[in-house]
Structure formats: structure tokens, C-alpha cells
Design a binder for this molecule. Structure first.
Ligand code: C2E
Ligand code: CA
Ligand code: CA
Ligand code: CA
Length: 279
């Protein structure tokens, strides 16, 4: 009812303005969620120029008994600060790889790739390369179907160590995708310095493209440069046919966004992939 909904809303607003005690409470709740396995993955379809589903991005979901759905943008940053992102991130990778291995066993899903978000503090762990390789190996998934998404913030400190880690995982087949591309500053030089396979054009760019001419020109230039560097380009946050058309004209051939589908739980994703024929 409305009252419960309002109470929940107030609760969430309180969380957003988290003071120290709320943050402590959130930390306790997150620890419980890790222990109880309360997280879930949703999968957002990635679509190619022919309109075919070519992969998915795994996005974490947390449904708390009292707080309701807690958006990742609210708990991931806190988990990064407390270090809890390490067990959470490992769980995400294990769950995503297990799903990828399952897809590989289904004719209609064999071709799918899986993109997984990696946070900066996860990447910075000294045993990151080893733990990722181990998780992928144990899952039985094909490493070249796994894409790891990282952000430019990981490119600022210790470039040599970053390149070394990325190269080690690339060597076993894993593909690196640069998330939120266009929102940082080191963008263009980063394209060349790191062993990337894909860049993901940020949704703020996709949304601004049609109203903002310089934005459009920059997007076109980025797509062209990416092509010359042999990088795949995918646009996120595609919400309208107009956005889709101008991306296509600019040469971007892979898309993700509400125009096609929101992130879906695994049952809904399977239905999206192979809709039941009408009877
Ligand atoms: P992100 O990696 O940039 O993910 C894209 C976000 O955009 C997702 O929000 C997705 O639901 C949303 N989105 C998808 N299509 C559209 C669209 O057409 N329009 C708009 N406006 N938004 C769209 P979500 O799932 O709430 O995740 C937010 C952020 O939380 C992610 O941003 C990512 O940074 C982080 N995150 C989510 N799952 C994980 C995870 O498993 N591990 C880590 N480290 N971070 C995660
Ligand atoms: Ca992402
Ligand atoms: Ca993004
Ligand atoms: Ca982001």
C-alpha cells in the first residue's frame, strides 16, 4: 500500500544521504547479503546491426527485505570503500561465468558473449589476474566470450602494472572493454596505450548526440578512430530510434539500451532471446 511504499521511499532517501551510522548499517546489511547469497544478476541484451542479440551485460541486483531494491549505484561505491566489493565482485564473476557456460551448452545461446563490470579496487588486488583466470577456468566458459568492463579511472595510476594485468588476461582470451567512454579526459590516448578490444560509448554521449552538434562530431570521430584501431564499438543507453539511426550512420554497429530491452532476469532474458512462437 501507499504508506509502506512511502516508508520505503523515505528509507531509500535516508540511504542516499548516508551518514556514518547509515553507512555502517548498510555495510552490515551488505555483509549479510554476501553471506546469504541475496544478490542476483540481471542481463541486458546487446544487439548488433542486424537486430540480433549477440551478448549481454551482467548487472548486479540487490533486493533487501526491508529496503526493497537497492540500486548498484548506491551500494557498489560503499562496497568499494569497505573492501566488500572483493567478495561481491568474485561472486558476480562466478555467477556470470556459470551462466556463460550454460549458454554455451544451448544451441540458441551458444554465440552469446558476457560482459562483466570490474571495479577499480577489484582490479587493483595483487591476485586479480590469478583469481579471474581461476574463476573462468573452473566455470568451463570460453574465455574469449567474456568481456571485462573497466573505466578510465583505472588508467590513471601505475600504467605499466595496469597494462601488465590486462595483457595477462587478454593472453588467455578475455576481452577488455572500456566502459563509460567519453566521460573522462585521458580517453583518446588511452585507446592506444591499453590492450582494449572494445569501447563502450557512454549514455550521456548517446543522449546528447542529437541535440548537441559538437557532441555528434566527437562521437563520429571516436567511432572512426576506434575502427582504425580495430576496436569494436558499442553504444549504451540507446533509448530512441533517432539515437539508433545516428549511431548507425556514424558507424557504430552494436547497441545496448531500453530501446531494445532493460536488464532482465534470466527467465525473461531467455524469452527475449527465443520468443515463443504464437499459437
Ligand atoms: P554501467 O556499467 O554504466 O551500466 C549501465 C547502467 O545503465 C545500468 O544501470 C543499466 O541498467 C542502465 N541502462 C541500461 N540501458 C539504459 C538506457 O537505455 N537508458 C538509461 N538511462 N540507462 C540504461 P544499473 O544496473 O543501475 O547499474 C549502475 C552502475 O552500477 C553500472 O553502470 C556499474 O557501474 C555499476 N554496476 C552494476 N553492476 C555491477 C557489478 O556487478 N559490479 C560492479 N563493479 N559494478 C556494477
Ligand atoms: Ca558497464
Ligand atoms: Ca557504462
Ligand atoms: Ca558507469
Amino acid at each position: 500500500n501507499t504508506l509502506t511504499a512511502m516508508v520505503e521511499l523515505v528509507f531509500i532517501v535516508v540511504i542516499m544521504n548516508a551518514d556514518l551510522s547509515v553507512r555502517r548499517m548498510m555495510d552490515v546489511e551488505m555483509r549479510k547479503a554476501v553471506a546469504n547469497g541475496d544478490f542476483q544478476l540481471h542481463y541486458q541484451p546487446q544487439i548488433n546491426e542486424a537486430g540480433k542479440v549477440v551478448g549481454a551485460e551482467a548487472l548486479i541486483r540487490w533486493r533487501h527485505a526491508k529496503m526493497g531494491n537497492v540500486p548498484p549505484a548506491e551500494f557498489i561505491p560503499l562496497a568499494e570503500e569497505t573492501g566488500l566489493i572483493i567478495p561481491i565482485g568474485n561472486w558476480v564473476l562466478r555467477a556470470a561465468c556459470a551462466q556463460l557456460a550454460q549458454w554455451e551448452a544451448q544451441p540458441e545461446a551458444q554465440h552469446l558473449t558476457m560482459a562483466v563490470n570490474v571495479s577499480a579496487s577489484q582490479f587493483r588486488q595483487p591476485d586479480f589476474v590469478q583469481s579471474v583466470s581461476e574463476i573462468v577456468r573452473l566455470s568451463g566458459a570460453t574465455p574469449s566470450k567474456l568481456k571485462l568492463e573497466l573505466t578510465e579511472s583505472m588508467f590513471v595510476d601505475n600504467i605499466d602494472a595496469t597494462v601488465a594485468k590486462m595483457s595477462a588476461l587478454k593472453a588467455i582470451g578475455i576481452i577488455w572493454s572500456l566502459d563509460d567512454f567519453g566521460t573522462g579526459y585521458s580517453s583518446l590516448s588511452a585507446l592506444n596505450s591499453f590492450p582494449l578490444g572494445q569501447i563502450k560509448i557512454d549514455k550521456t554521449f548517446v543522449h546528447g548526440m542529437l541535440t548537441n552538434v559538437p557532441n555528434m562530431v566527437v562521437t563520429e570521430a571516436i567511432i572512426e578512430l576506434a575502427g582504425k584501431l580495430n576496436l569494436q564499438v558499442i553504444a549504451e543507453g540507446v533509448e530512441t530510434v533517432e539515437q539508433l539511426n545516428s549511431l548507425r550512420e556514424a558507424g557504430c554497429l552494436n547497441y545496448q539500451g531500453y530501446l531494445f530491452s532493460p536488464p532482465l532476469d534470466i527467465d525473461a532474458f531467455s524469452k527475449f532471446l527465443s520468443p515463443e512462437p504464437p499459437r
